[in-house]
Design a protein around this ligand. Structure first.
Ligand code: UD1
Length: 327
């Protein structure tokens, strides 16, 4: 009854490993450490350094550890990079997910949880955006995730495999107990970058676009605490284990914050009044993306505990300080 966590040494995956361990669940991590860190997870968690596209390796792990569920985080996540390297993104996020799914079917693993993204909605006209909105991704990243969603849908019809797809909005923050956080030095996420600027690790913050049709002209996003997000995965796991049918659910709070609001919060939390310069719009940014957040509450009984921008920024800042002091 072990849970296989792919990408378990990465930002979200490592939080998941801690969440499962906090609930005394047996876990095995598969990660190729291309962007993850071995020390993001406890020493006593079984760890395999390898690739989800390696069929024999995945089969062997499933047998050896008696894997009955898979939570699949491994993948590439930088939207602009996906535009310059689409085939790399389709390989990592789509082709290798297909391999993982095929092994799951062959080996009789019945429960599959997949990290998808709000990027599948593209430039959503409706906000909040609900799960039945049209899928119109505008980046290879979003398309690569959408294609995996579609493969899961068809596979679950043909085989005895149930899935939960979680479409993440803007994941941020760090473990409140300080055990893990976002550690990639080159991450492009707004809260991470702003914290690095506050700590003097980056020279400046650029705000991409000031003429969006929003109240203050900057983009609105629905920032969700990583700890609330992994709790949703744990509930999804229990839901599938109890025989729940396949579901696709947004994972956000249903409240948007502008880039200006986020930057002000980082200044307040860090107590550093760093400069943010206005810059051109970044290609592919929707003006607003806010989750229709009711379905996951209804189905999984998910009740977020850290739905507060200040808490998210504070935990992210504390983690960034820890990384800084560790240098
Ligand atoms: C995107 C994806 C999301 C993915 C995430 C991780 C979409 C719609 N969403 O989120 O699925 O999980 O990337 O890579 O594609 N910003 C600045 N200055 C900065 C950085 C960001 O102004 O230095 C702004 C952006 O223009 C955006 C907001 O802050 O409006 C959030 O950006 P970011 O943190 O990069 O996430 P998304 O692009 O929203």
């Amino acid at each position: 009854m072990t849970v296989l966590v792919t990408g378990g040494a990465g930002y979200i995956g490592s939080h998941m490993v801690h969440e499962l361990r906090d609930h005394d669940r047996a876990v095995v991590v598969l990660d190729n450490l291309s962007t993850g860190f071995r020390d993001a997870i406890p020493d006593d968690v079984p760890f395999v350094n390898g690739d989800i596209g390696d069929r024999d390796l995945v089969s062997d792990i499933i047998t050896r550890f008696n894997v009955t569920s898979i939570i699949h985080f491994a993948g590439s996540i930088v939207v602009p990079e996906s535009v310059t390297d689409p085939l790399g993104y389709y390989l990592n996020n789509t082709v290798k997910s297909r391999t993982l799914m095929a092994v799951a079917v062959d080996m009789g693993v019945k429960n599959f949880i997949f990290s998808s993204t709000a990027a599948v909605y593209g430039m959503s006209e409706a906000n909040p955006v609900f799960e039945d909105a049209p899928l119109q991704p505008i980046s290879p990243y979003g398309t690569s995730k959408m294609m995996t969603e579609l493969m899961l849908r068809d596979t679950s019809v043909a085989h005895d495999l149930q899935y939960v797809v979680l479409r993440y909005f803007n994941v941020a923050g760090a473990d409140p107990k300080g055990r893990c956080g976002q550690s990639s030095p080159n991450a492009t996420h707004l809260i991470k970058v702003a914290n690095q600027v506050a700590l003097g690790q980056r020279e400046k913050l650029s705000i991409f676009g000031k003429d969006y049709p929003t109240e203050d002209g900057t983009c609105l996003r629905d920032y969700i605490h990583v700890t609330d997000l992994v709790k949703a995965h744990k509930l999804a796991l229990d839901y599938l284990a109890a025989g729940g049918e396949s579901q696709i659910m947004n994972c956000g709070y249903g409240k948007g914050y502008s880039v200006h609001e986020v930057v002000s919060m980082v200044r307040a939390v860090s107590d550093v009044s760093f400069v943010a310069e206005m810059a051109e719009r970044r290609q592919g940014d929707p003006a607003a993306l806010v989750a229709g957040a009711q379905k996951i509450k209804d189905i999984l009984n998910w009740s977020p505990e850290l739905a507060d921008l200040e808490t998210i920024v504070r935990h992210a800042f504390e983690w960034e300080k820890y990384l800084n002091d560790r240098k």
